[in-house]
Ligand binder design. Structure first.
Ligand SMILES: Nc1ncnc2c1ncn2[C@@H]1O[C@H](COP(=O)(O)OP(=O)(O)OP(=O)(O)O)[C@@H](O)[C@H]1O
Ligand SMILES: [Mg+2]
Length: 456
């Protein structure tokens, strides 16, 4: 840390000869420096511990060993470690000029020969002071940039053991331009992962365009993704830029990628392969520089097996595949995620809630979380609103109650009843889809279809 910019330069002078210290003090004070003096290497460390300095001017030779300059030299790496931006200038008798060279190698910025020439000494000090200040300013900016970059990353809580290889992989692929397919059950954080990868990539300054492929109807798919020119079809009253073009030099995140219409897949693949596209109704070829991230909660390999998804397209998309484990397989993250959502929602609803009591934590740890992190988030949000006290209790979470009370089946529509039965089967079987399917008398894939339909 330095003293404030524009204030007097604060200099630490170290020498074991009193008369030298006094002479330097007088000289430097007269030139507007704020001067501190010490008589030993230990004194330097102690002073640095107490005050902020802009400069250190130190002799290399101390009484313990007056000729080699070792004592002063040995201190230099320590000083560099403490603060690499602090300029250190060494003083040395002309006969030990080798010592000065060695000192520069150890991190001293400059050296002054003894006996010194006042004008030269002052010039050296003021140059080093300016350089040190510039260096510190640039380091501070760099640090601020780093913080900004870090702040730009979406919150991604993943402390559990199972998540470590996942995080490692994300960190490794983020800066590359590799296409990444993120898979995982509903609510496991696929979109968060995609945003994280974009924010940690070299394209972070570019746009992240998110497209829910499942929400685009077949008829407009091509024009939404690749754009169209005016008049190319009845509704095309003006030119339209497609998502691919919007994401140029950035990232395109294709969510629910399994829903891409079969007949669009060939064109889609071609664009991915060549980076070239034509807007609907135009013959002009445009080049786009887009990194593609995609996500799905279905097993694409299975869909390929059924002939509903081109295998070559899958291999284009999943250069790297990141599988997000369900929450029940990473229960260690539950307390952290719980605290994270609690903080967010307590702030949002201006409620002073400190945390979860033991019963609540127990309930959260043993719940099956079929809806994964999203379900946890909703449960905590509701509890923050409902809890009468300053701690959330298990009854505020409503995890058990939900199964027993709530609307009766006969009061529900057929769809709601089906959804409720599926949710309770999943909860009973800790989110294990195969066992839940068995207990409902459904095949696994029939249950998956329903999970998809109900957004469970
Ligand atoms: N690791 C995490 N840390 C913090 N928040 C998370 C994490 N994972 C998920 N969330 C939060 O949980 C919610 C669901 O996450 P997200 O939308 O990314 O899931 P998803 O896998 O895309 O779900 P779906 O398949 O239903 O689209 C979001 O609000 C997200 O912010
Ligand atoms: Mg999603």
């Amino acid at each position: 840390m330095s003293s404030k910019e524009n204030s007097q330069p604060h200099v630490l002078v170290a020498d074991d000869q009193r008369d030298v210290l006094e002479a330097l003090r007088l000289l430097l004070k007269g030139e507007g420096f704020l001067v501190e003096t010490v008589a030993s290497p230990a004194g330097i460390l102690a002073a640095l511990d107490k005050y902020d300095f802009d400069l250190v001017l130190m002799d290399l030779n101390y009484t313990r060993d007056t000729t080699s300059g070792r004592e002063g030299l040995d201190l230099l790496p320590r000083l560099r470690e403490l603060d690499s931006t602090l300029p250190v200038i060494v003083m040395t008798a002309w006969s030990t000029i080798d010592g000065a060279v060695e000192a520069m190698r150890q991190g001293a910025r400059d050296y002054v020969e003894k006996p010194w020439d006042n004008a030269r000494l002052l010039a050296t000090l003021s140059t080093q002071f300016e350089l040190g200040r510039a260096l510190r300013r640039s380091q501070r900016l760099e640090l601020e940039n780093q913080m900004l970059r870090r702040d730009g990353l979406p919150a991604l809580i993943a402390e559990s053991r199972v998540m470590q290889p996942v995080l490692e992989l994300m960190k490794r692929v983020a800066p590359s331009d590799a296409n990444v397919l993120v898979t995982g059950e509903h609510g496991t954080g696929k979109e968060v992962a995609a945003r994280w990868i974009h924010a940690a990539s070299d394209r972070a300054d570019g746009t992240l365009v998110t497209v829910d492929v499942g929400a685009i109807s077949d008829g407009v798919f091509e024009s939404e993704l690749f754009g169209h020119v005016k008049g190319s079809f009845t509704d095309a009253r003006a030119d339209r830029v497609g998502y691919f073009e919007l994401a140029d030099t950035g990232t395109l995140f294709l969510d629910e990628i399994a829903n891409i219409p079969t007949k669009q897949q060939a064109k889609f693949l071609r664009v991915l392969e060549t980076g070239e596209l034509q807007r609907v109704g135009s013959s002009r070829t445009q080049h786009v520089d887009v990194r593609v991230l995609s996500a799905t909660n279905v097993d694409l390999h299975q869909v390929v097996g059924k002939g509903e998804f081109r295998e070559d397209l899958l291999y284009r998309l999943n250069t790297v595949e990141i599988r997000l484990p369900p929450l029940r397989d990473r229960r260690e993250d539950i307390p952290l995620l719980g605290a994270h959502f609690l903080q967010i929602h307590a702030q949002k609803y201006r409620r002073e809630i400190e945390g979860f009591d033991r019963s609540a934590m127990q309930a959260m740890l043993s719940h099956g979380w079929p809806g994964n992190v999203r379900e946890l988030q909703h449960v905590v949000e509701r509890a923050v609103l409902m809890a009468p006290g300053s701690k959330i209790r298990s009854e505020d979470l409503g995890l058990q109650a939900r199964r027993e009370s709530g609307p009766q089946l006969e009061e529900m529509s057929l769809e709601d009843a089906e959804r409720t039965l599926i949710q309770s089967a999943l909860a009973r079987h800790d989110g294990n889809v195969s066992r839940a399917a068995e207990s409902l008398g459904l095949s696994r894939s029939a249950l998956y279809r329903r999970l998809n339909r109900y957004g469970i």
